[in-house]
Every structure is written in structure tokens, then in C-alpha cells.
Design a protein around this ligand. Structure first.
Ligand SMILES: Nc1ncnc2c1ncn2[C@@H]1O[C@H](COP(=O)(O)OP(=O)(O)OP(=O)(O)O)[C@@H](O)[C@H]1O
Length: 743
């Protein structure tokens, strides 16, 4: 391919040699002159030009430069080295790097061979019986073979053929050869027979055990000789299909049946090279790992979508197939991990069950990835958001986090379990603030907590600023600072389980959302950590300011892309991080973890049942009590009330006089904000539509419906039809409520 570079002389040349375009009377002198005038000139320019002319026809003007040039690319050697560095094979194999993984692999190998050995030892009598049964046939075969060899019986058919053809010359030749051969072989066979007899005589004088041993060896040898061609002596200890070795053929077969256009086209064009294996398929933890480059244009997300089909193609349960991308290399790099065991059937034990104490600065042992590697979730300077459909293991994962925090006496624990089932009750004894419930009082308590946290963050910011530089060079909370309790900068972990009940609450939701966002944005460096769990990740139940700012996300099974991206962040679904692949119920406790590890990971959380959690909580309580670090709720203190109680309906009546029968929502909200800025201020700050909707939602629980109201703006102007409330509806609702309360 040639490419004409822009050249200032190009036009001139065209103008001076018009006939050249027709190919007649071409005036080469003009061109050369023009070229000679071109500065600077490459040393090989002339050769190049003449090459171009001969290869691609006449070049009328400008310099022809090949787009695809022959020879080496001449790239920077450092860049090449850097590219190579990215695909370096580890010096220490991956499985040896982590202690748990090395132990797991060695355990797997040891168990495998122990099983094989045990299986065969148990069957030794069977094998002995088989050998004995086969020994007579072996003896016959041995005798027959020796006789055949000694008397050269293989040659018999040829000699007979010579006789039948009546060819004396050939017959004589064959007979002579046979005689000499048989003479030698008879000698050898006789010697062997005599040796055997001598051995037998010698054995007769030996102890009986030696005689039995010799007999056993002889029987075994004869038994092996007598083996039928189609029946093996030894049974296989491991039926191959149970943990079938993953081979490249199997992987290619599995990828080609997924029905992905890009793979099929590439396979049709070049079946040998379409799917490349960048490293040998190896054992990695309790399973096989294949590192694959997918065909050009195919992404890991395409494969991820067809995980179930892949499971069928690999003949494994779905819970064994874990394709993973490595986008640090490129979007088509697939790490296919095929486990021996179904992840959904593995129960991950938590090290917290036995731990005497825990240091939250070292992170929290959260669970395992499919390869059995322990996953630690950092909490300091982080905020954690957990989401899923109901019953997929949210509370169970919160339990693990809360238990680890409880075991660190220096950390303050606040728990708000807004479902009211008491799943986190065991830790009540360790909490500075604790509530379990779904009713308004519990929600108000949780809202109070967020308001208090907001204050606490501001207090901590000032304290941290005032610390001398030598004590706190990075202006961050460290273990050393956390241990100085008097500074009040110890880790404070506040858990809000089923937080949608708080954020979507008509009265407390908006303010709580704002406070949470504030704490998430500023509390990180100050040791204040929020752990939020929700089963309804939509924009009303989880303010976008929160979902956009959390640093660690854990998403168990969700139904669709929207929920997936609310928890895991925008574009997560598009990038192939899809918590929709997990199966409802079956995969409870399995989710995608983002932000805790360099790459997003599938994680099975450790499971702590209620008795285990109770034991941990008791241990943590003793630890805290002995360190004198119990406080607040754990000591039975009643908290100060921060969020003022208010009555929305009474407040509306207060701002809408009887003279106004119907008023627009937005007007009511503005008046409410004037009445109680600390409560309704956030509502008034919303944009027009959202402001109206806020009041509509807040009135819904009272059974009050908004209506179209004709009116004019308070500042005057044109009349308009907008959403509003009838004052009578409010008074009726109050009457109903009062009657209900009285009864
Ligand atoms: N890591 C795990 N290992 C094994 N089983 C688990 C795990 N996590 C959860 N489960 C199972 O899933 C069930 C539901 O878990 P959990 O109560 O935590 O779900 P949830 O998402 O909080 O539910 P809801 O939304 O109804 O509150 C548990 O009772 C348990 O049997």
C-alpha cells in the first residue's frame, strides 16, 4: 500500500508536467529537479522512490511512503521490555505465594494420593485373587511361548510353503538356518530349565515364609502373563470424569459452543490460532486455570454472559465455572477457572470464630474467592455498600464485618438493623449505639445516628487538624492515634442494615441521606466508616450521592442491570461485572466485591451462624470490658435525642390557614422550611419537580392524595394548574389518626 505524503512541491510538479498524467512524453528531468530541491533528503530516498516507481507504477509527485514497512518496527526497547514485564511468569508459582493457597494445594495433592493409596490397598486381596486365577493361563502361555521359541515354530509356515512350492533350494536354506538356531535355543532353554530346577531345590530347603514369598512372586508373574487383553488388573481409584483435567481442547470446545459470533468467525478462518493460550493450563487452588486470549473483538463480558452454557460444555456444575477478566492486560484476556467443587456448596469458615481479638487496621477477613484464597476487606478510610435481593446473604456479610469490628476493642461500633429481625442482636452488648426495628422510632434513632456522625466528623476534623505534625504527619487516623483514646480519633464503624427503610422514609429520609453523604465524603480520613446494606437499590432508597461515593461495594445476586450498577457503580454491568449471574437462593453469600482488591472479585462470604456470632460477641464484650472500652448503649446509657420529633400534618395545618382551601405542594414545602428549617430545609432545597414529589411521597403513608390546584405564585404572576393539597384532606387525616390512636 502506498501513501502520498503532503508535499509543498506536489502541486508544482503536477502543474509542470501535465502530460505525465497521461503517461506520454513524461519529462523526468522536471521531477528530479523538483526532488533535488526538496530538503532535507533521506539518504535512501532515491532508492525508495525508484522502488516505488517499479512496484506501484509511476509516482507523479511527492514522496511515496509505505504504510506497512518491511523490517523491524524499531520501537523503543524500554517499551518492549515494559510490555514483556507485564506478561512475566511469576518466579514463585501463584499457588505458593499465599500460605492458605499453598496449604490448600498441598492438602489437595496429599488427599488425592492418600485416596488413591487407600483405594488400592483395600483392593489388594482382590488383585491377589485375580492374579491367582490368571496364573494357570499365564503358565500355559509361558510354556507355549518357550516351546515356540526354542523350536523356532514361527518359521514353520514359511518352511511348509517352500515344501508346497517344491523349491528344494529355499527349503534347504531354511532348514539349515532352523537347525543351527534350534541347537542354540535348546541349549539356552535347557540351561534355563536346569537353573529353575536348582532354584526350586534351593527353595525346598528355605523357611516356609520364603517359599510362600517365592510362590507369590511366581504366581504374580504368571498372573500378569495370563492377563486377558481387555481387562486391566488394577481398578482406577479416580473416575476420570469427576475431576476431569482441563485441557486446551476442552476449553476451545467450550468456547466455540457459546454461540458468540466473534469466536465462531475466528474459528472458521483460523481454527488453530483463533483462541490462544498465553500460559500453560495449571492447577490453581482447588481447580484448573487457563489464561486465554479471546479472538480479536470478543470481550470477557461476552463470555461471562454465557457462563451457564459454558458449564454445560465443560460438564461441570455452574458453581464451578468462574471466568474472570484481566483488563490490565486487555479486554479480551480471559482467566477461566474451573473448580473441583461447587462454590455454592462450600461453607467458608471465618477465622474470627477462633480469634481472641482483631485489628481493624489490618482489614477484615471477609471470605474466599472461588480459588479458595482468603479475601480481606479494608475498612479504615473506606465505606462499604452491600446490596442484593432479599435472602441472598446481606445480613450474613454484615455480621462478619460487625464481628470483626467488635473484636477490636479500640473500635466503636454502632449498629442499626432496620428490619427488626434481631439478626445482629448478639452484638448489642458491644455497641455504643444500637437499634433493631422497622417502626418509626427505630428509623428516627438511625436518623439521629447520622446527624450525630455528621457532628462527630466535624469535631474529628478539628481535632486532627490540631494534632502536632510529628504525631500525625499524614493527617490520617493511624493505629497509634487510634490507641490514644483521649484524642477521640479511634475507628468508628456505623452499620445500617436495610438502610432503604431509612433513606426512603417520608420524614427522615431526605435529611438522613444528606448526612450520610456528608459522612461518606469527609469521614473516611477521620476514622468514621459507614457500612450500608440495602435490598432496594434504587435512587429513592439509596441517594446517588451515597452510591457514587462509597469505596467498597459488595453486590450479591440482583435481578437486573439497574440494581447491579446502583451497587457496583455506573458501567459495571457493561464491563462484565454482573451480579445477575448468581443463582437466586443457591448462590446466597456469593457476590461481586469491588474496591477491596485490585481487580473486581467473586467472593463467597464467610458464614457465621447465630451461635458462632454469639460466641464472638461474648468474647468481644469481655475484651472491651477488661480494657474499659464499653460505652453508650452497651452500658445502658440512653442517648440524647438529636432529630426533633415533629408532626407533618400538624405542621401543614400550621402553615396553611383555613382561608386557603387548596395550596400548591411547592408553596407548602417553602413555608414548612421556614417553620422548621432543620427538618424541612432539605426539602426546600430540591429542584421544582423533586420538591413537589417529596411532599407527595411524605403524605402517601397518611393516605393523602395530591390534586391539581389552580393558583398563582406567591410573588404574583400568571395563574397555573399545579400539584397541591386540599387543607380539608389534612384535617380529615388528622381526625382519622386521632380516632385510631384513641381506640
Ligand atoms: N456465606 C454464606 N454461606 C452459606 N450460606 C449463606 C451465606 N450467606 C447467606 N447464607 C444463607 O442465606 C440465608 C439468607 O441470608 P441473609 O439473612 O443474610 O440474607 P439477607 O440478604 O440479609 O436477607 P433479607 O434481605 O431477607 O434480610 C442465610 O440464612 C443462610 O442460610
Amino acid at each position: 500500500m502506498t501513501h502520498h505524503q503532503d508535499d509543498p512541491n506536489h502541486e508544482d510538479e503536477d502543474r509542470t508536467t501535465p502530460s505525465a498524467r497521461e503517461g506520454k512524453d513524461a519529462d523526468v528531468v522536471h521531477l528530479d529537479v523538483a526532488r533535488a530541491g526538496r530538503q532535507p533528503q533521506r539518504p535512501d530516498a532515491d532508492r525508495q522512490d525508484s522502488d516505488d516507481r517499479t512496484a506501484d507504477g509511476p509516482v507523479l509527485g511527492g514522496e511515496a511512503v509505505r504504510v506497512d514497512r518491511p523490517g523491524p518496527t524499531g520501537g523503543d526497547w524500554r517499551t518492549a521490555l515494559e510490555a514483556k514485564a507485564r506478561s512475566r511468569q511469576p518466579i514463585v508459582p501463584l499457588w505458593l505465594r499465599s500460605r492458605t493457597e499453598a496449604v490448600e494445594t498441598l492438602k489437595w495433592v496429599a488427599l488425592h494420593y492418600l485416596h488413591v493409596a487407600g483405594y488400592q490397598v483395600v483392593r489388594l486381596p482382590l488383585y491377589g485373587g485375580r492374579l491367582t486365577a490368571r496364573a494357570p493361563r499365564g503358565l500355559l502361555r509361558l510354556v507355549g511361548g518357550v516351546v515356540k521359541w526354542t523350536f523356532d515354530l514361527e518359521g514353520e509356515p514359511v518352511r511348509l510353503a517352500a515344501v508346497q512350492k517344491a523349491d528344494p533350494e529355499v527349503y534347504l536354506k531354511l532348514s539349515r538356518q532352523r537347525d543351527s538356531r534350534v541347537r542354540l535355543r535348546v541349549l539356552i532353554s535347557s540351561a534355563a530349565l536346569v537353573t529353575l530346577l536348582v532354584v526350586c531345590l534351593m527353595m525346598a530347603e528355605q523357611a516356609t515364609t520364603a517359599q510362600w514369598a517365592a510362590l507369590a512372586v511366581a504366581v504374580a508373574a504368571l498372573g500378569i502373563l495370563g492377563k486377558p487383553a481387555d481387562r486391566p488388573l488394577i481398578d482406577r481409584a479416580v473416575v476420570p470424569s469427576t475431576v476431569e483435567k482441563l485441557t486446551s481442547d476442552i476449553v476451545v470446545r467450550a468456547l466455540t459452543v457459546l454461540g458468540i459470533g466473534g469466536i465462531n468467525q475466528a474459528m472458521a478462518k483460523n481454527p488453530k490460532d483463533a483462541i490462544r493460550f498465553v500460559a500453560p493450563i495449571t492447577r490453581d487452588g482447588p481447580g484448573w486455570r487457563a489464561d486465554i486470549d479471546l479472538p480479536y473483538g470478543v470481550t470477557v463480558a461476552d463470555v461471562m454472559d454465557k457462563r451457564d452454557r459454558m458449564a454445560s460444555a465443560l460438564r461441570r456444575p455452574l458453581g464451578c465455572i468462574w471466568p474472570e477478566g484481566d483488563s490490565s492486560v486487555h479486554e479480551g484476556r480471559l482467566i477461566l477457572w474451573v473448580g473441583d467443587k461447587d462454590l455454592s456448596k462450600t461453607v467458608v469458615k471465618s477465622p474470627l470464630v477462633k480469634a481472641a481479638s482483631h485489628d481493624v487496621f489490618k482489614g477484615i477477613p471477609f471470605g474466599c474467592d472461588p480459588r479458595g484464597r482468603a479475601i480481606v476487606v479494608p475498612v479504615i478510610e473506606q465505606n462499604i455498600l452491600i446490596g442484593s435481593q432479599p435472602g441472598q446473604g446481606k445480613t450474613a456479610s454484615v455480621r462478619v464485618l460487625a464481628s470483626a469490628v467488635a473484636l477490636d476493642p479500640s473500635a466503636e461500633l454502632w449498629i442499626h438493623e432496620l428490619k427488626g429481625t434481631g439478626d445482629l442482636d448478639p452484638h448489642e452488648q458491644n455497641c455504643h449505639r444500637y437499634v433493631s426495628g422497622i417502626e418509626d422510632e427505630a428509623i428516627a434513632y438511625a436518623a439521629d445516628s447520622l446527624a450525630l456522625l455528621r457532628k462527630e466528623v466535624m469535631r474529628r476534623a478539628a481535632s486532627l487538624k490540631a494534632l502536632p505534625a510529628d504525631l500525625c504527619p499524614d493527617k490520617k487516623v493511624t493505629r497509634q492515634i487510634a490507641d490514644r483514646r483521649s484524642l477521640g480519633l479511634h475507628p468508628l464503624v456505623a452499620v445500617f442494615d436495610e438502610c432503604q427503610n431509612l433513606f426512603a422514609h417520608p420524614d427522615f429520609g431526605a435529611k438522613a441521606g444528606e448526612d450520610a453523604e456528608f459522612v461518606i465524603k469527609l469521614g473516611r480520613a477521620l476514622g468514621v466508616v459507614l457500612v450500608l446494606a440495602t435490598q432496594r437499590p434504587d435512587k429513592d432508597s439509596l441517594p446517588t450521592g451515597i452510591s457514587a461515593n462509597v469505596t467498597i461495594r459488595f453486590c450479591l445476586r440482583v435481578a437486573g442491570q439497574l440494581e447491579n450498577d446502583m451497587i457496583l457503580g455506573t458501567s459495571a454491568y457493561k464491563n462484565g461485572i454482573r451480579a445477575t449471574v448468581f443463582q437466586p437462593k443457591v448462590d446466597a453469600g456469593i457476590g461481586y466485591l469491588l474496591g477491596a482488591t485490585p481487580m473486581p472479585k467473586v467472593v463467597r462470604t464467610a458464614y457465621l451462624d447465630t451461635p458462632a456470632t454469639q460466641r464472638i460477641a461474648k468474647r468481644a464484650h469481655a475484651l472491651r470490658a477488661s480494657a474499659g472500652l464499653l460505652g453508650g448503649h452497651a452500658l445502658g446509657e440512653t442517648p440524647e435525642h438529636v432529630t426533633p420529633t415533629f408532626d407533618l400534618l400538624a405542621d401543614i395545618l400550621a402553615v396553611v390557614p383555613p382561608s386557603e382551601a387548596k395550596v400548591w405542594n411547592e408553596v407548602i414545602v417553602d413555608r414548612l422550611a421556614e417553620l422548621r428549617p432543620e427538618i424541612y430545609g432539605a426539602w426546600a432545597g430540591l429542584e421544582g419537580g423533586a420538591k413537589t414529589a417529596q411532599l407527595t411521597t411524605a403524605l402517601k403513608p397518611y393516605g393523602i392524595k395530591t390534586i391539581q390546584v389552580w393558583g398563582t405564585s406567591e410573588g404574583g404572576g400568571k395563574g397555573a394548574n399545579r400539584i397541591g393539597v386540599a387543607r380539608d384532606d389534612i384535617t380529615t387525616a388528622i381526625t382519622h389518626r386521632d380516632r385510631g390512636q384513641a381506640s
